[in-house]
Design a protein around this ligand. Structure first.
Ligand code: PXP
Length: 238
């Protein structure tokens, strides 16, 4: 049974829409924990469009479960991560104009750079995860750079336009999880997961954490954050 990591970026998106101090992502994180989140995830983007530096320093002190920081491998952000020391750091690709993280990290192409960043983070006892597409060669490259974790990008599954395409994507993810486990890598999964599509992913044996943000924060508008988190948690563990 996977655990639930709740991504709180979009609480901060709402705050930044008015450049004010609410809604407070720190308060949201503790509400999520009380409602059953097993970890708190956030992404410090280079453009700081939602989560800001101050947030992650406070989150480091206030999170009682686990803190997973999503980040690009650029030096400015790596230095901050080494200072803050989240429990886990998930390396993601980042383009300034994208709406959200599009596609997984190309570990094959950027192997040397990724390996150096992974080594520095691991030395500070930060568990490193690489956000990659469900692709064997990317999993092998991840193994080569020595990460304990990968996170399989579930976006293509979530965006599949018909049932056959969705099944094909689900099978790709299942195969990727199996292969990574064979190589001794632990597996998380996430992106685009919601209340309608999460169950099939949650049933895949061997996934440690599902990291989910947008659908939970959106549902919170109607039912409150605690209900939104506990409803998602129930779907995952059933
Ligand atoms: N995992 C990773 C690595 C991500 O970049 C994101 C988006 O920030 C998520 C999970 C959560 O995706 P969503 O907001 O679509 O649930």
């Amino acid at each position: 049974m996977p655990k639930l990591g709740v991504n709180i970026d979009h609480v901060a998106t709402l705050r930044q829409a008015r450049r004010t101090i609410f809604p407070d992502p720190i308060k949201a994180a503790s509400m999520c924990e009380r409602a059953g989140a097993d970890s708190i995830v956030c992404h410090l983007r280079q453009d700081r469009r939602h989560i800001r530096d101050k947030d992650i320093y406070i989150l480091r002190k206030t999170i009682k479960t686990k803190f997973n920081l999503e980040m690009s491998a650029i030096e400015e952000i790596v230095k901050i991560a080494l200072k803050v020391r989240p429990d886990e750091a998930t390396l993601v690709p980042e383009r300034r104009k994208e709406l959200t993280t599009e596609g997984g990290l190309d570990v094959i192409k950027y192997k040397k750079k990724v390996a150096k960043v992974v080594e520095r983070l691991l030395k500070r006892a930060i568990y490193v995860s690489l956000f990659i597409d469900p692709n064997k060669r990317q999993i092998e490259a991840s193994k080569d750079v020595g990460v304990p974790f990968i996170e399989i990008h579930t976006g293509s599954y979530a965006d599949a336009k018909d049932i056959n395409k969705r099944k094909a994507q689900l099978n790709k993810i299942k195969e990727a999880v199996r292969y990574a486990k064979c190589l001794g890598i632990k597996v998380n999964a996430g992106h685009g997961l919601n209340y309608d599509n999460v169950k099939d992913i949650a049933k895949i044996p061997g996934i440690e954490n599902l990291n989910i943000g947008f659908s939970i924060i959106s549902r919170a508008v109607f039912v409150g954050l605690d209900n939104a988190v506990s409803e998602m948690k129930r779907l995952i563990i059933k």
